[in-house]
Design a protein around this ligand. Structure first.
Ligand code: FPP
Length: 277
């Protein structure tokens, strides 16, 4: 078979080996902490393209969640944050919202043992007070059952808004700050430049062809590498995740510093070495 460059398996002899489960450590991509966040977009369009109801896209999306969680540790991912339901998603039709809430609960029920057995620790981020009580209880149960897991920290964002999370976090430390939300927002926007804690995202992936952040992990993604793909979330495969990781490992993260030279030294330190007596 003649392999063309359009064949995703094809690579020139001097190209690096693609990331895949098993070779990630060998590629030097291994690190103590590797946080990948995913905006799972495209469920509805995936279903519409097949003449099926949007709910079918969400069900297929849940299968993609399972595949992704299973393959993440093998790619060196230590924290995986999935955007399952934004605070803006309450604006969707009631039957779609209801279906999603039931799907989250069903998935938690069916995955609890699997997550525990595979050492995955589950946390849910976002507001808890507006989701159904039965889902709240299920989340608390699975969080407790999986709390000892160390192979992967899986964080699922439900009723999540990064702006609300920032306001809530700052509010806990802001005694005596103006009482109205508007006044507090003004206060926070001035105070936000202080260094924050690190739950920092290394790689932020968005599927479904859109290129925006949609109020997701705004603080934590300050230095995230962004990866956008046209693949609809239900089609997102282990190979797609491996490609995103591969792309990430090839990037030069400078955090506003200078490019790295040989042996990991920055150009400035090489210059300084040469200038030294
Ligand atoms: C965005 O696609 C997806 C969602 C709003 C829901 C995400 C939910 C899942 C992947 C299902 C299960 C999740 C878990 C954690 C078990 P969209 O509906 O906005 O797609 P569209 O842009 O094509 O309309």
């Amino acid at each position: 078979m003649i392999r063309s460059t359009l064949d995703p398996r094809w690579r020139e002899p001097d190209q690096p080996e693609p990331a895949s489960p098993g070779n990630f450590e060998r590629m030097g991509g291994g690190r103590d902490r590797f946080h990948v966040a995913i905006i799972m977009d495209g469920n509805g369009r995936w279903a519409q393209e097949r003449g099926r109801p949007r709910a079918a896209g969400h069900v297929a999306g849940a299968a993609a969640v399972r595949r992704t969680v299973e393959s993440a540790p093998e790619l060196g991912i230590t924290t995986l944050t999935l955007y399952a339901f934004s605070s803006d998603n309450w604006r969707r039709p009631q039957d779609e919202v209801g279906h999603l809430m039931r799907l989250f609960q069903k998935h938690l029920d069916s995955e609890c043992v699997r997550l525990t057995d595979s050492g995955v620790r589950l946390s849910v981020i976002g507001r808890r007070d507006r989701i159904p009580g039965s889902l709240q209880r299920r989340i608390a149960h699975v969080e407790e059952r999986t709390s000892e897991g160390i192979s992967l920290h899986l964080r699922v964002a439900i009723d999540y808004s990064a702006r609300d999370a920032l306001l809530a976090a700052a509010g806990r430390f802001a005694e005596g700050v103006p009482a109205t939300r508007q006044a507090f927002e003004r206060y926070l926007s001035q105070a936000i430049h202080a260094p924050g804690d690190t739950g920092d995202v290394d790689l932020l992936i968005r599927t479904g062809g859109e290129r925006r952040l949609s109020d997701f992990l705004l603080w934590e993604s300050a230095y995230a590498e962004l990866f956008f793909t046209d693949v609809m979330w239900p089609d997102f495969s282990e190979a797609d995740l491996a490609s995103a990781v591969q792309d990430f490992t090839a990037r030069d993260r400078r955090y506003g510093g200078l490019p790295r030279g040989p042996n990991g030294a920055t150009e400035l330190s090489l210059f300084e070495q040469r200038a030294a007596p």
